[in-house]
Design a protein around this ligand. Structure first.
Ligand code: ZN
Length: 538
């Protein structure tokens, strides 16, 4: 770190606390904010004129999976689109899947590697503990700052694989030990992924013990709920019964009530147009819990589509028999009926599923197209077409799911006092990208400007100061003397997301400069991928 100084002159300072913007100067020295003030700072330093520009804290992507991609220092393409949208810090390890904090010499190591959704970033686990992972990142150098969570799913899989039966007492202690060690080594808490194996197998007792452990460490519990749709494969379908996403939400809130753990309800989405109707009831549950003193928050991305894999629609009994089930006539018939029924109940269908990457040489030409259109072009039934993609890709085709939530819900979550902003996105080596990789945070700022439903200061707070406070990132998230010089300079009038339905990998407009730990990594909107000024925040 050099002692070099840089004065950001005459910018509009939005400091990340939510306080009103003011015109002023900010002095960077040796990677930190040396001074920030209304009016002029005089310093013997180089000067960057920020007239007409917003100077804000670097954006914090508080729900990320990039802990799987940062070790891949040879592939900066995975992380530069994030830099170019103003992001300086990731909070990784979400949804139960963390790159670090697994059993040393786990017999399931290759199993985790093979079943890893983020394989393109981390094909091989070259570490076990968070301390080992941190050491390796510090050696290689990383593009961004990274804080991380311990992943219940990956830790559990390293002990028991994908075995659905309950853990023995010894295994339970082993699991608690792994999660505790990761938190002692700097993890900000523990993440659950209740919709995925092996999180889906965990029993009430196991969940409660882990929540209690997180509480005792005064850390955060983040939860990917058991269901995000009114009807799901996770709970039995009862006519006129309660919406599944609301049952899942109540379970998570009750866990926080019973254990006193601080709770982060990950990515509030409402899959299918019929699930949208449950939004008010869901937010009422969250508001009531907050009023009763439960420490809980939630988060959203700026899009109403999200990335997933093609098998996400298929029930557990079908997946348990894969790949034989892909060609089994009876099972295909059963799953076809189930899909038809749940699509009707959900207000969702093959017309909402866009192939991001078919992962098959003959089918890749359909990348970017919607399944219903592909079926028409191929002259086969929509279900047959879907199963062809499942079978040919061996279940690995990536999709973008639309009607994942509604534009109205995103607007409402953007302004809700208990919500924060994030991307939940990762870049892929080929095919259609999740637009959130390129434009998510600029899109929030564009929406705030165009819709005027939230002030610029409040929107910036939800992607900087609020996230830093939630995850205990004490020296980031706000522009204050002594804090790390993570800074994003942008134009409030031109900042915008340039992605479209067909072209999702477009750079945003309006990001001028980005500094990470005082190093300028973006200049005139362009990132220098060779720079690795990031730190592991442990
Ligand atoms: Zn998730």
């Amino acid at each position: 770190m050099t002692d070099e100084r840089l004065l950001l002159k005459n910018g509009t300072i939005v400091d990340g606390t939510g306080a009103k913007a003011y015109t002023g100067d900010l002095l960077i020295r040796a990677g930190k904010i040396e001074a920030v003030s209304e009016g002029a700072i005089s310093a013997d330093s180089s000067v960057m004129d920020c007239s007409g520009k917003i100077v804000s804290p670097g954006f914090i992507d508080m729900h990320s999976h990039n802990d799987w991609f940062l070790p891949n220092a040879d592939r900066p393409g995975f992380t530069t689109p994030f830099t170019e949208q103003g992001i300086t810090t990731f909070v990784g390890g979400n949804c139960g899947f963390a790159a670090a904090g697994i059993l040393p010499d786990s017999p399931y190591k290759t199993f985790i590697e093979d079943n890893n959704l983020f394989q393109s970033g981390t094909p091989e686990l070259e570490w076990a503990s968070l301390a080992e992972y941190t050491g390796l990142l510090e050696n290689r150098g990383i593009t961004h700052n990274l804080a991380t969570l311990a992943g219940h799913g990956t830790a559990r899989a390293s002990i028991r694989g994908w075995d659905p039966s309950p853990l023995s007492g010894d295994e339970m202690n082993q699991l608690l030990g792994l999660l505790e060690q990761a938190m002692d080594e700097g993890a900000r808490g523990v993440s659950f992924g209740f919709q995925y194996a092996p999180g889906i197998f965990s029993r009430a007792e196991e969940i409660k013990k882990i929540a209690g452990l997180v509480r005792s460490k005064d850390k955060l519990l983040t939860v990917h709920l058991k269901a995000y749709s009114a009807v799901s494969a996770t709970y039995p379908v009862i006519p006129f019964g309660k919406a599944h996403n609301l049952i899942a939400l109540e379970e998570a809130i009750n866990l926080a009530k019973e254990t006193g753990v601080r709770l982060q309800l990950s990515h509030q989405i409402f899959v299918g147009s019929r699930t949208w109707k449950t939004f008010d009831r869901a937010m009422a549950l969250i508001d009531r819990a907050a009023a009763e003193g439960v420490d809980l928050m939630t988060d959203t991305y700026a899009y109403h589509c999200g990335a997933s894999i093609i098998t996400v629609l298929l029930p557990e009994w079908f997946m348990a028999k894969a790949p034989q089930s892909y060609t089994d006539k009876t099972m295909n018939f059963r799953v076809r009926l189930l899909a038809a029924l749940s699509f009707r109940l959900l207000g969702f269908g093959f017309e909402d599923i866009q192939i991001a990457s078919a992962n098959h040489p003959a089918l890749n030409r359909f990348n970017g197209m919607f399944l219903s259109d592909i079926a028409r072009e191929r002259g086969v039934s929509p279900f047959q077409n879907y199963m062809d993609f499942v079978r040919e890709s061996n279940g690995t085709a990536r999709v973008l799911m639309h009607r994942y939530t509604s534009p109205e819900i995103v607007d409402a979550l953007m302004t809700h006092p208990l919500s924060m902003y994030m991307t939940d996105a990762w870049a892929e080596p080929e095919g259609l990208q999740n637009p959130a990789v390129y434009g998510c945070f600029p899109r929030f700022l564009q929406m705030a400007r165009e819709k005027r439903h939230i002030t610029l200061e409040a929107a910036v707070h939800k992607m900087t100061g609020a996230s830093a406070a939630r995850f205990g990132l004490k020296d980031r998230g706000t522009l204050e003397k002594g804090k790390a010089a993570d800074i994003t300079v942008f134009d409030r009038d031109t900042i915008r997301d340039n992605t479209t339905l067909e072209q999702t990998d477009r750079q945003p407009s309006g990001i001028d400069s980005v500094f990470i730990n005082g190093i300028r990594v973006v200049e005139n909107g362009k990132a220098d991928p060779a720079l690795r000024p990031g730190r592991v925040l442990v």
